[in-house]
Structure formats: structure tokens, C-alpha cells
Design a protein around this ligand. Structure first.
Ligand code: HEM
Length: 503
């Protein structure tokens, strides 16, 4: 009897062990040894479980660019168990990003904080509908063309330029950190476009929102490893950044919800004042028609978060970088000023219409974007299906990183890429942008704020230079061209002397 029971137990265990082995084998075959029509991209080995994560270093863009010299324009690494394909070549990025299969966004611990709302970190039908709507509203508000329908937007930017110049004139030529002044002016441009709101830099609530937005970019860089190894969420520093991101998002969402409630009270379908109005009107129309859609209040709040943070951080950093480069390169500053004198003069305010007659200034704008590498690794995409690219198989759910830094700093594409030389964007006195220069990315998910950025940077920069010469503070060493590495690269804090031109 005892033997019979023992045999039964043993054979049951044996059966379970065999079954388990078969399942493990099938799963491994499915996920690891799946055969593809083409080879997978080459790439370095990492360590078990963590993959290449421990070797990324602090300056991830530099590590990834180094790897491209060994593994070529497209290679793969594993971060944790996640396959990440890094593309270091503009042609291949363009080939990929025009395909629907490459238009996804990774589903990660950090994007899950956003609960599937917004535009920047969503994909599929929700993203398609909401991106198309944002695009159409930005066009109507004049933010998608430097020439068409831009009057109202130009008026908004120019009124912020005046405020900025006024605030700066009180600095009396002393050395200042420009960032807080710029952040206030730039956020007022996006604030008026989005929700018809402008603030004084002394407004505490507003200062808090700017702080939260700026902190969000820094926290992202600290918490990013949890996307690839979720257990890191329990490491003190990462866990702090992760929890802080969640809390900050709740705080900004609460703030934006109050603004939406105010808009609802004064909403008038025939007088759409800003993006929030446009969204509420369209939401109501869709509700009336009974059509299925992704319009919702939560979605609106996250889109406001998305646009406000993209519009604030990247544009502020671009103007700040421009000031740094012009201060360090007085010959370039002189040439931009000469163009201002020639086309605009010293009295009249700069206008967007001047841009087409100022190729050197436009070339300087493009060189600032190239050399500063504000969005060094773009935004990660994710493959929605198994696909192929540049002779390689790319499995579904692979993270795709466009290494814009590698393109912008490639010595094969640019002579002395470290140097700040606007002339590289000029040919016979005309602006000439090479096809491989893609600071706003390309394809289906290309940045929606490219034209707005160009308008803002042009007006802020020319107006600053018209009134002030930008100088390194006396008895200080020239600041270094060094970035704070986060989701978007801003220059390390520096001071500038704004010396009034009329003195
Ligand atoms: C210097 C300024 C800026 C730079 C360098 C920049 C760059 C980028 C890049 C590289 C992407 C990722 C595209 C991709 O996934 O392939 C992006 C996405 C985006 N940007 Fe910008 N951006 C800037 C300013 C702005 C501004 C002012 C806005 C405000 C409207 C904005 C709105 C967006 C949005 C909504 C997306 C997400 C598009 C999508 O996922 O479909 N950006 N930007």
C-alpha cells in the first residue's frame, strides 16, 4: 500500500516536472529562440538579469554613441529583459518612423503613472485621434505656420517679449541668471495659447507649477531605470523619484482641473479663446452626436500637462543655450546683431515677418539646436508588430531609441562638430538644412511644437540682442558648454551681463 502511494506521488511529481519543462521550453522558444526572417541587430552582451543597464553610465547619450562606433548605425542592447534598438542614422530613423509599426510608445512603469492619457506617451487609436485634434487647434491658433494665421499668436509672444525686456532692464547691466526670467516669459506664451493665462513671476502658485514641470524632467532621468527593472522601485533614490513624479503629476493635474472648471463657466462656442475652449467645445459636440471617441476630462488634463511641460522646458532651454553660445562666440553675436540692425533697425520691435530676411539669425537658431542637443535621445518609440528595418528583424514591443546626439555630433556629417558655427546652415547666403538634421524627430510622431519654437526663439533672441549685448561677467571664467542631463538637456547654471546697447 505504502509503495503504491509513493509510486503515485513520484509519478505525479515526474509528470509535473516534465510538463513544466515542456512549458518552459515552449516559452523560451517563443520569446528567446523565435526565428526571424532576417538577423537581429548586433550589439554588446550585458550581465544576467540587468543586461546592459549597469554600463549605461550617467551620460547615456555618450555611452550609446560610443557603442555605435563598434556596432554600427543600428544595434540592440538589453536593458533588464527589454530589447532596445538604438538607431544612430537619420536615414534609418526616417525609414522607421514613417511606418505605423514603429509609432508605438513603450508601456513602462513611468508611463503607467499617466494612466494611458495624453499624447506624448500614448499610442493607438487614442493617440491618433487626440494628436490630430491638437494639430488642428495649433494650426487654427497660428502655431503651425510662420506665415499663415499667426497674427494673434505673434501678438501673444511679443507681449511676453516686452515684459521680459522690462524685467531685464531692471538688472542694470549686473550679472544675472536668465533662466527664471525666460521660464516665466516662455510659460506665459504656452499658458496663453493653452488656457489664456499669464502670470507674474512673483505669483507663488505659478512659480510652483514651473518648478514641478522642471523637476519632472530631472526626476525622469533618475527614475528611468525602473522602466527596465521594476524592482529598482524599492531602491531609496529611485523610489523617491518615482513617488515624487506621481505626487507632482497629481498636483499639476489638480491645478489644471481648476482652470478647466473656470473655462467651463465662461465657455462660448462662438468665441473659442484657447486650446481648453476648443477641446471643451469639441468634446460637447462629440457627446451630442453620440460618436465613440477618446475625448474626456482626464484626457484634456493630461494633454495640458504634456503641452505645458514640452512648451516650457524645451523652449526655455533653447533660448538659454542661444544666450550661452552667443556670449561665448562674440563674432557670431556681432553677425546676428548686424543683421538685426540692417533688417529691423534699433527702434522697431522685431516681427515674425523679419525672419525670412534674416538667414544668418535663422542659421544660428538651427546651430543652437544642433550643438545643444536638447532632446539628445528623442522620445523612445516602441514597435507595435514584428517588423524589419535596414536588413534586420525588429520584434514587436522593442523599444526604439533615435540617437539624435550621434547624428548632431557626427564628425562624418559636420566639420568640427564641437564648434558653434551657424555658417554650416548657410549656402550662398540662404538657409540650407541638411536632410539628416532632425532635431524635432520625423514621421508620424514628429514634434508638434517645431514652428512655435522657431517663432518664440526668433522673437525672444532678436529682441534681447537688439537691446542688450550679452557679455561674460567681468572677473569670471567663461562658462563651460555643459548640460544638466535629464529628459531634456538644459545648460548648467551660468550668469550673463546684459549690457544695454544705448550706453
Ligand atoms: C526646442 C524645442 C523642442 C524640441 C527640440 C522638441 C523635440 C521633440 C522631439 C524629439 C519629440 C519626439 C518625437 C518622436 O517621438 O519621434 C517631440 C514630441 C512632441 N513635442 Fe516637441 N520639441 C520642442 C518643443 C515643443 C513645443 C514648444 C511643444 C508644444 C506644442 C511640443 C510638443 C510636442 C508634442 C505634443 C510631442 C509628442 C508628439 C507625439 O507623441 O505624437 N514640443 N518633441
Amino acid at each position: 500500500m505504502f509503495h503504491l502511494v509513493l509510486n503515485l506521488v513520484l509519478s505525479a511529481s515526474l509528470f509535473r516536472a516534465v510538463l513544466l519543462s515542456i512549458i518552459v521550453f515552449l516559452l523560451a522558444k517563443l520569446f528567446l529562440f523565435k526565428s526571424y526572417s532576417l538577423p537581429l541587430p548586433p550589439g554588446p552582451f550585458g550581465v544576467p538579469i540587468l543586461g546592459f543597464l549597469p554600463f549605461l553610465g550617467k551620460d547615456i547619450h555618450l555611452t550609446l554613441t560610443d557603442l555605435s562606433t563598434k556596432y554600427g548605425p543600428i544595434y540592440q542592447i538589453f536593458l533588464g529583459s527589454k530589447r532596445v534598438v538604438v538607431i544612430n542614422d537619420a536615414k534609418i530613423i526616417k525609414e522607421a518612423f514613417r511606418l505605423p509599426a514603429f509609432s508605438g510608445r513603450p508601456d513602462t512603469e513611468l508611463t503607467r503613472i499617466l494612466q494611458g492619457y495624453g499624447i506624448v506617451n500614448t499610442d493607438g487609436a487614442l493617440w491618433k485621434e487626440q494628436r490630430a485634434f491638437l494639430h488642428s487647434v495649433l494650426r487654427k491658433l497660428g502655431a503651425k505656420s510662420v506665415t499663415l494665421g499667426r497674427d494673434c499668436l505673434e501678438h501673444k509672444i511679443r507681449s511676453q517679449v516686452r515684459e521680459l525686456l522690462n524685467d531685464l532692464s531692471n538688472t542694470n547691466g549686473q550679472s544675472v541668471r536668465l533662466r527664471p526670467f525666460l521660464a516665466c516669459a516662455v510659460s506665459n506664451v504656452i499658458g496663453s495659447l493653452l488656457m489664456s493665462m499669464t502670470f507674474k513671476s512673483s505669483d507663488n502658485k505659478f512659480r510652483r507649477i514651473i518648478e514641478l514641470m522642471e523637476e519632472g524632467f530631472r526626476l525622469f532621468a533618475v527614475a528611468m531605470p525602473v522602466n527596465f527593472f521594476p524592482l529598482l522601485r524599492y531602491m531609496p533614490l529611485v523610489s523617491y523619484a518615482y513617488e515624487k513624479m506621481k505626487a507632482n503629476r497629481e498636483e499639476t493635474s489638480h491645478y489644471f482641473t481648476e482652470i478647466v472648471d473656470e473655462h467651463r463657466k465662461s465657455l462660448c462656442e462662438n468665441n473659442v479663446r484657447d486650446f481648453v475652449d476648443a477641446y471643451l467645445v469639441q468634446h460637447e459636440r462629440i457627446k451630442q452626436s453620440g460618436q465613440p471617441s477618446f475625448f474626456s476630462e482626464k484626457q484634456l488634463i493630461q494633454v495640458m500637462n504634456d503641452i505645458f511641460s514640452a512648451g516650457l522646458e524645451n523652449v526655455t532651454s533653447t533660448v538659454e543655450w542661444a544666450v550661452l553660445f552667443l556670449m561665448l562666440n562674440p563674432d557670431v553675436q556681432r553677425k546676428v546683431y548686424d543683421e538685426i540692425e540692417l533688417v529691423i533697425g534699433t527702434e522697431r520691435e522685431p516681427e515674425l515677418a523679419d525672419l525670412e530676411s534674416m538667414p544668418y539669425t535663422e542659421a544660428t537658431f538651427w546651430e543652437v539646436l544642433r550643438r545643444s542637443n536638447i532632446v539628445a535621445l528623442g522620445n523612445a518609440h516602441c514597435t507595435l508588430d514584428d517588423s524589419t528595418l535596414a536588413g534586420f528583424s525588429i520584434p514587436a514591443t522593442t523599444h526604439i531609441l533615435p540617437n539624435l546626439y550621434a547624428i548632431n555630433m557626427s564628425p562624418d556629417l559636420w566639420e568640427n562638430p564641437e564648434n558653434f558655427v551657424p555658417e554650416r546652415f548657410l549656402q550662398n547666403g540662404q538657409v540650407c538644412k541638411p536632410d539628416y538634421f532632425i532635431p524635432f524627430s520625423v514621421g508620424r510622431r514628429m514634434c508638434l511644437g517645431d514652428v512655435l519654437t522657431k517663432m518664440e526663439v526668433f522673437l525672444f533672441l532678436t529682441s534681447l540682442l537688439q537691446k542688450f549685448s550679452l557679455q561674460i561677467p567681468d572677473q569670471e571664467k567663461p562658462p563651460q558648454v555643459a548640460s544638466i542631463v535629464s529628459a531634456s538637456m538644459s545648460p548648467k547654471p551660468f550668469k550673463v551681463c546684459l549690457v544695454p546697447r544705448c550706453l
